[in-house]
Design a protein around this ligand. Structure first.
Ligand code: SAM
Ligand code: SF4
Length: 481
């Protein structure tokens, strides 16, 4: 299919946006990987720079990627841990993905939704089904969703916008969705404007692989997704449309993980330079088993490499939130979370209609995109975070009061986390404990809230937090700083 036909099929203008640039220099990135040797004297300077709150260049990132010695890696992990502790505090934001539809015209070799996967049962949630899913998620205690779509003409910007509005409008008891993010195929400028109008949070598009040859191998040229540049410039078009809250990502396992890290950092630097704002989040999913996928992949990322890449991203892009999904097992999440992950999903179901309580187990298997590693329910995940002294947070405050660029503020404005983030995390946790938690989680939750209060200096702010916590116990909701 040529570009004109694809544009027609998807009803969008696929001629590149006026600012289209290829900011991935494959040759240069390869030469950095091949020619950079481990140099801990230089790396200590780089750690200092990152801890001094400065983003790293591609060359500096390559220097951290060259670390292979055990001692060097320990120093890297310690630097990432300190940055996380000193700058971001101990909150972890929780969300749930909601798969709306798995029709797809593309044929990405790694994905269970690819058009050639004949065993996949195709389904799009009808409005009533969508509402049921939202009720079920609200009943668990979720406040933040990410809606996920395949790429198909029926998932038009208007359709996506309508789903977003349905999420915000669907309320049950104290349950409500306060932030809706999107993971869908890239749109044209007009399309982004339509979804922005509906009040989306972050719009995520993963490049999958930044390596052009590998990209062509996994995404057939005669599909919409086969157009590397259309995807690479997805975020630039979003900016053109006025969306400044974007999520980028790479699917780790398709090509050399070090190349993908350099690709992600190049992308973040490009957005910062061209639009004055970096990405809101970076995701780094590792490829999981899916229908018709041969997992004997030459570039599968080991657990050690995964740990290293998360620590490096934390240091390289300090203004950006890092998302670790339930594709990873509980054990890996346990190990990696302290290196600067700021958001995780919990209680995740990937099948279309997966949050229904009375679903048919056999059908379920054929509607999911891939298998997940962490199958714990939300309450269990929250208890685990509390045991590790992370404050689970459902905060949506910055986005709702118009404080955009929140990661930048967290990082750059002294006292921002103390003033806003930690109190809001405590308040949204208290709402969860009152409305949805098991008795054990409630006890553990209030214990941690008390510990956090004890650590706050005596001030008007502390009194305000205590007053708001009391009001929550007396059933007031949605109190925020
Ligand atoms: N269809 C849209 C697209 O491709 O951008 C968005 C939804 S797609 C369902 C979301 C993401 O799932 C993809 O960007 C890809 O990174 C990830 N994914 C696909 N297959 C996967 C697999 N086997 N294991 C892990 N992640 C996978
Ligand atoms: Fe379709 Fe997205 Fe899956 Fe590719 S990754 S087959 S575009 S749903």
């Amino acid at each position: 299919m040529d570009k004109e036909k694809m544009s027609k099929l998807m009803n969008m203008d696929m001629s590149l946006s006026k600012n289209a640039v290829d900011f991935i220099d494959d040759k240069y990135l390869h030469s950095l990987i091949e020619n950079t040797k481990e140099d801990m004297v230089r790396n200590r300077e780089i750690f200092k720079k990152a801890l001094g709150k400065q983003p790293l260049s591609v060359e500096e990132t390559a220097s951290l990627l060259a670390i292979t010695s055990k001692e060097g890696l320990e120093e890297l992990y310690e630097a990432a841990r300190s940055l996380k502790r000193a700058v971001y505090g101990n909150r972890i934001v929780l969300f749930a993905p909601l798969y709306v539809g798995n029709y797809c015209i593309n044929n990405c070799k790694y994905c269970g939704f690819k058009s050639s996967a004949k065993g996949t049962i195709r389904k799009t949630l009808g409005k009533d089904e969508l509402i049921k899913e939202i009720y079920n998620l609200e009943d668990e205690g979720h406040k933040r969703l990410i809606l996920v779509f395949g790429e198909a003409p029926q998932y038009s910007p208007e359709f996506i916008a309508d789903c977003v509005r349905t999420c915000y409008a669907t309320k049950k008891g104290n349950g409500e969705i306060r932030r809706v993010n999107i993971n869908a195929a890239p749109l044209d400028v007009a399309g982004y404007k339509i979804v922005k109008e509906a009040g989306i949070g972050t719009f995520q598009v993963f490049q999958e692989t930044y390596h052009k040859e590998t990209y062509a191998k996994y995404h057939p040229a005669n599909t919409v997704k086969g157009d590397y540049m259309w995807r690479l410039n997805a975020m630039d078009r979003a900016f053109e449309a006025g969306i400044d809250d974007m999520g980028i990502g790479a699917l780790f396992g398709l090509y050399d993980w070090r190349f993908e890290v350099l690709g992600l950092v190049s992308h973040a630097l490009h957005l910062q330079k061209s639009h004055g704002v970096g990405p809101h989040t970076i995701s780094f999913p590792r490829i999981q088993p899916a229908q018709d996928l041969d997992m004997d992949l030459p570039y599968r990322v080991t657990d050690e490499q995964f740990k290293q890449l998360v620590a490096i991203l934390r240091l390289a892009v300090p203004y950006t939130g890092l998302i670790m999904t339930a594709r990873e097992s509980k054990e890996i999440r346990d190990d990696v979370i302290e290196f600067g992950v700021s958001q995780i999903d919990a209680g995740t179901k990937l099948e279309i209609g997966g949050y229904q309580k009375d679903k048919n187990k056999e059908q379920e298997l054929n509607k999911e995109q891939f298998q997940i590693g962490d199958t714990r329910e939300l309450d269990e995940v929250i208890r685990w975070l509390l045991e590790r002294e992370f404050i689970p947070s459902f905060c949506t405050s910055c986005y709702r009061v118009g404080r955009t660029g929140e990661h930048f503020m967290e990082f750059a404005i002294p006292g921002f986390i103390k003033r806003f983030c930690t109190p809001n995390a405590m308040l949204t946790l208290a709402e969860y404990l009152e409305d949805y938690s098991s008795p054990e989680t409630k006890e553990a939750g209030y214990r941690l809230i008390q510990k956090e209060l004890d650590q706050m200096s005596e001030s008007g702010q502390k009194q305000q937090v205590i007053a708001k916590l009391e009001a929550i116990k007396k059933s007031q909701r949605d109190l925020l700083f």
